[in-house]
Design a binder for this molecule. Sequence first.
Ligand code: BGC
Length: 742
Amino acid sequence: MSTTPDLAARAAATSGSDMWHTTPIPGELRRISLADGPHGLRKQPEDSDHLGIGTSLPATCFPPAVGLGASWNPELVHQVGAALGAEASSLGVDVLLGPGMNIKRSPLCGRNFEYVSEDPHVTARIAAALVTGIQSTGVGACVKHFAVNNQETDRMRVSADVDERTLREIYLAAFEQVIRETNPSMVMCSYNRINGVYASQHPWLLTELLRGEWGFEGPVVSDWGAVADRVAALAAGLDLEMPPSGTDDRIVSAVRNGDLPESVVDTAVGRLKHLQDRVSSDSSRNVDHAGHDALARAVARECAVLLKNENDVLPLDPTSSLAVIGEFARTPRFQGGGSSHVVPTTVHAAVDVLDGSCSGPVTFAPGFRLDGQPDAALVEEAVQVAANHDIAVLFLGLPDAAESEGYDREDIELPEVQRDLLIQVRGVCDRVVVVLSNGGVVSVSDWEDNASAVLEGWLLGQAGGAALADLLTGVVSPSGRLTETIPLRLADHPSYLSFPGEHGHSLYGEGLYVGYRYFDTVQRPVAYPFGHGLTYTSFSYSDLELTTENDTTWTVSCTVTNTGGRAAAEVPQLYVGVQESHPTRPSHELRGFAKVFLEPGESTRVQFPLTGRDLSTWDRTHQRWSLAAGTYTVTVGASSRDPRLSTTLVTAGDRFVAPLGAHSTISEWRAHPIGGPVLAEQMRFMRGADGISEEMVQMAGGMPLSALCSFNMGVTTEMLDQLVAGVEEQRQQAIARGEITG
Ligand code: BGC
């Protein structure tokens, strides 16, 4: 016969037993093992820490999210998830702490390498693929950091001050989609505050929205050390504090004092039971490390983005002599610092693979030191090598210390020694290719003229060096696309003036206008737009078709053809905007994409589903998604600035008619389909109404109707009450007849 475990045991279960395990309740709840991280397992031995300072067991290091996002290939990312899950399972890990899904608000965020994009749609699709991949192995996924954790500066206290529409449409949208579509096992709350309230003790975020609206049934775990007030956190919907702060007795006292309903503790334990029923590991499972390394290489090949390629300098002519310059060709920079840091099973250096695959001579020169100190001898050697070869391939990028969890960057420039090296190499060699390794965006503006081609390699995981070599030599064609805009200057960025905030507040004043939503709406020039990426062939788009399935479901389709001479992949992107811009919204927003591999001359038909929600905005006043009637532009393009095919979609909208009240303004009454005619009729009887000109009505438009009672026009509050009640009755009748929604 089972008995309810005592309160102390249940309270203890709402915090961990150590850095990486939950606290069991004998006979009720087993010990669940958690480990980082999003792109490779970081299973630590005893005496562990959570910031990646201590070591961990070797595991395959796949490309971090910055790379996975740029692949625009959810199917492949699903395979990465399954491989991560298999490695976790074999080491007894029940829940993997990832994916990270925060939006890249500013290029300066030190943790951008762990996030997918400045856009919620591509973030959601990539994160969903990771979740379903991980969970296909029985291991749970834990989406993080919920929510609005877009900077590292002051991350454990800062308040992200954001309006609700921006929250819903930008910062929460990907979480909503992934939670609704994939049902991840766990959610990790973030460190920061949101509009003044810690995410870890935010009742609206953790309970009303996450559970109430989105239907999430699993537990919420704190980010490591994110709980400020244990009792407030539990009451708000935070089920598991990690690591334990040793404050379980506060929960017990709060229940005994009547400050915390005991049912809250039971609910949290219930959610942990729900978790244990869903997740499992299997340490007898064999892991194919060689296979995972091959997968890491295949994935990395899809993540690099070819930014420019003048005179088709790429792919490299295999018979040319090659100067391979830059320490990163020998010592790859392939991941970022902090809790996601993985000890890889092996590391591939680009220079080794280039050496093996080119028939012409290949000579390496490091060119610069990784610590950023100038070294004239290294520069001189590199310039000499470049002078004696046909093509110079420079591997440049950000050193490890430039970006990590825990701090933000101060600029987006490449180190000066590397920029100087490039200029000197260009002085002696006509054909220069730059390959970049960086987790956050780097500016290309003041040096890219010195390079015929630029291949943005982001951080590509342990096999990144080999993948870059494969792309340079044309073993495969590049197929990555930008998931974030590369601005001309940092100062052009919409968050420039308010990032990272001050006095404990970061004001998200740019609102919805994050990344390309800003650059494209105000038509500001950029270095490379969102969605951009070249390859070794060309594609044409044709035969756009929009099919209406029902009032809120459409299908957009078009044909994509490989019109060049090489096999490659294209990423057609679906953008939606409005013709009449009310309410104010970005000129266009990504609502779909596909990745299609095509042989030369091959065509395929691509389909994008489109729903009412894709066209909707968040109506804060009525707390609902609003689909306005009107004409929408539907564009399929090769980037946010490269539209190829366009059409329009006309919809009657959701026919929502809001209730009116005495506090509604005169303009709102006049625009209202039911209230407008009723008010016009009433005004005929008002004292002095004959003398009211249209200008006067317009001038009074912003006043609540109730203000009329004060203007000696014979309007009483009783009359207004009657008016409101009459209109509401008509509205309810129209709803009942199905003519409108309310
Ligand atoms: C990070 C999380 C990570 C946790 C455990 C925190 O510092 O923000 O992403 O999962 O540590 O290592």
